[in-house]
Design a protein around this ligand. Structure first.
Ligand SMILES: Nc1ncnc2c1ncn2[C@@H]1O[C@H](COP(=O)(O)OP(=O)(O)OP(=O)(O)O)[C@@H](O)[C@H]1O
Length: 265
């Protein structure tokens, strides 16, 4: 197993509150791993630590050999770690294509002089950026909407633009924050196919998501947190039948009942 990202004995305290305790797991190259847990379990905190946005008070997160707490955000992006946001942050008055082009330019950051003068190199770069933007827009399924203003698209489609912006950084790994919240059933199904396709192109994926059927369908492995601790790790089938996971979601008495019903069946 080759790990692309390792969460090594991470702890996070906010004043007197311990949000994460001794969290330890790896994301393997080319897998889709989901982080789940009841409300307040510590998923968002763990997600923010894994993107380098929060520095843990204990332990470290290593991405492709680099400790994220020691790495600047632009270097993290250049190493190939990209994230999406729960809230869409598209430029509503720009077209879908221009939104993706802005993402590509922000990442590619051409020379200052090239930006000021229409040099042949700048023109060639612009042409390549447009071709790449169209490839990404096609991949996320928005080719028919490329010329429309982003603000005219549905909420679910705007989230696809957010996903396209993350792809514009040519990531090796994507961290997705509740990617299907606000999507309808058919958009969610489309998104499951899209995530698999991106993974098949060699991008490792970690997602935090509340939609359990989606998580069970898309994940290779699942890590479950409760009260900031890892309580289970395994395949969707293993997680679905794990007593600690059932108890965390349903409470002790309901979990006992669930087990009894399963045993009686
Ligand atoms: N900046 C902060 N300051 C203080 N406490 C915080 C902060 N961020 C999170 N917490 C606390 O840490 C714990 C874990 O919160 P977190 O948001 O990570 O959980 P979660 O699993 O993402 O929850 P949800 O599913 O409801 O989004 C909670 O008790 C929360 O109140």
């Amino acid at each position: 197993m080759t790990a692309i990202l390792s969460v090594e004995h991470v702890g996070m305290r906010f004043g007197g509150l311990t949000a994460i305790s001794d969290l330890h797991f790896h994301v393997r190259e080319g897998e889709i791993l989901s982080l789940i847990g009841p409300n307040g379990a510590g998923k968002t905190t763990a997600f923010n630590i894994m993107t380098g946005f929060l520095k843990p008070t204990q332990g470290r997160v290593v991405f492709r050999g680099r400790d994220l707490a020691q790495t600047r955000p632009n270097e993290i992006a250049r190493l190939g770690l990209a994230r999406t946001f729960q809230r869409t942050s598209v430029f509503a008055d720009d077209t879908v294509r221009d939104n993706v082009l802005i993402g590509l330019h922000r990442f590619a950051c051409p020379d200052f002089m090239d930006r000021l003068l229409p040099t042949p190199r700048a023109r060639a770069a612009e042409k390549a950026a447009r071709a790449r933007a169209d490839e990404i827009i096609d991949l996320v399924g928005l080719a028919q909407r490329a010329e429309e203003k982003a603000g005219a698209l549905s909420y679910g489609e705007q989230r696809l633009i957010g996903f396209a912006l993350a792809l514009a950084t040519a990531p090796r790994m994507l961290l997705l924050d509740e990617p299907v919240s606000g999507m309808n059933a058919s958009e969610t199904q489309g998104f499951v196919r899209l995530v698999r396709k991106v993974r098949d192109e060699g991008v490792s994926i970690l997602l935090v998501e509340h939609d359990m059927p989606m998580v069970m369908e898309v994940s290779d492995r699942i890590v479950c947190l409760n009260y900031g601790r890892l309580i289970a790790e395994g395949s969707p089938a293993e997680i679905r039948s794990d007593p600690a996971v059932i108890e965390a979601y349903l409470g002790k008495s309901a979990a006992r009942l669930e087990h009894k019903e399963m045993a009686d069946a």
